[in-house]
Write a protein that binds this ligand. Sequence first.
Ligand SMILES: Cc1cc2nc3c(=O)[nH]c(=O)nc-3n(C[C@H](O)[C@H](O)[C@H](O)COP(=O)(O)OP(=O)(O)OC[C@H]3O[C@@H](n4cnc5c(N)ncnc54)[C@H](O)[C@@H]3O)c2cc1C
Length: 493
Amino acid sequence: MSKKIIVVGSGNAALCAGIAALEKGAEVTIIEKANEQEAGGNSKYTAGAMRFVYNSKEDLLPLLLNPNDEKISITEFGSYTKDKFQKDLLSFNDGAPLSLHQHILIDQSYDTLRWLGTHNIKFEPIYSRQTFKKDGKYVFWGGLTLEAKGEGVGLVEAELREFLRLGGKIVYNTEAKALVYKNDRIVGTDVINADGIEEFLSADSVVLGCGGFEANSEMRAKFMGEEWVKAKVRGTKHNTGAGIAMALEIGADFNGNPKGCHATPMDRNMPNYGNESIPYIERKHYRKICYFLGIMLNKEGKRFVDEGINFRNYTYAQFGRAILNQPSNVAWQIFDRQVDDLLYGEYKFWDASFFESDTIEGLIDQIDDIDKGQALKTIKTYNKAVDSSGSFDPTTLDGKRTSGLTPNKTNWANKLSQPPYKAYPVTCGITFTYGGLKVNKDAAVINVEGAVIKGLYACGEMVGGVFYNGYPGGSGLTSGSVFGRLAGFAAAE
Ligand SMILES: Cc1cc2nc3c(=O)[nH]c(=O)nc-3n(C[C@H](O)[C@H](O)[C@H](O)COP(=O)(O)OP(=O)(O)OC[C@H]3O[C@@H](n4cnc5c(N)ncnc54)[C@H](O)[C@@H]3O)c2cc1C
């Protein structure tokens, strides 16, 4: 008899779990708290970019929607080896070795993308944000090369199509409230159904794929500190940590860094949550992550990070926290004309907030809440400290730096010298939390005594121990797919 499985959530991780379980012959129902329009979680807000191990262009071809595209012959994809992925994750571990979960993510990343391909989920090169043109070729610079067709919306739609094609069932407006544990195992979940009525849904196994606690300001304050109440939420309002709380309630163990999170610089005037009044595809435009092309000043008119310490794939998820730690949790990103063409589309988006002037003085004068005298002094000192001998090259760590500043800017340091000048106000937007449930190699949830909670699995953002103090861009979706697939297979077997 086929196993009866309930999957909670309908983002990338949950859908991968659902597809995997259906592939193994299980009967699967997804329950989703949001309505159909708002379902799909943070996954729908993404660019659909996924980081995985590959050794050459040949490894990428089977994953591509259009492997015969002529542009591919003039593209340098480089490689992203297992060793490089390990080093990238280790660099955020504060000296701790790679966790079991990080090993699983790395080792299963490529196979999982190939598996998605067998389920009609194909990818395209990310020319717009991950390449710069050099000598007539497109050069990838950050180990992140492919995104799902149609970005996050396209990814979730393709996965949902596959889930339904394989016979899966999905119910919206249905919120999981409590896990039901009897005779030493999970037997189902209590929900509030679409009619607002409490109901028990029985199952042989439950897979939790219902996100972290980023949209719950009380849990943010409790786990991460009071200051995190002030962060904007970049994505869905529905990820309030319910899955983590329900599992902790029945004895699951918490794992990972409770204070850790992915948080990026965002337009200071964005709404408090991902804006649901504009189409999904436009929502990510509040992100402002081109600081590496200019400088950032806080309210005191001072720089506070090395804006060029590394490629932005390795800094953007940490710099939201750096901004949150500044007075009033705000900063200004300053650019000149030399880099204007390189600024991502979101800087030119119709409702992007910015000031512009033909002089630095005129620019700073428009900013109300900055120490104007100090800001002018910082820019002057910065300009003087720039080494003019090197050449600016955004495709490499070009070493074009400042000297004698605290902090220095160690790559891509151009003088702010060519008008017009622009200033963009930014604040911190939280993307997702890193602390969560402890799972084993099959994505089965572990209790505080170290034993498996029979019939309970978890995947996606809510798995703790995958990311600690930082994050290489594009790893969240991969992690969701890797642990989702494992959870689905194990739950069905
Ligand atoms: C703006 C933005 C851009 C991003 N860009 C990228 C990117 O390009 N690449 C990348 O790798 N990562 C990116 N991320 C991170 C990525 O979104 C997450 O790592 C990943 O999508 C999480 O997937 P998930 O399936 O775990 O959770 P989600 O996709 O958030 O899904 C969780 C689902 O659970 C539902 N739910 C919550 N509580 C309940 C409940 N009690 N009962 C029933 N359902 C419930 C929610 O409504 C939601 O549908 C981005 C995130 C944001 C916000």
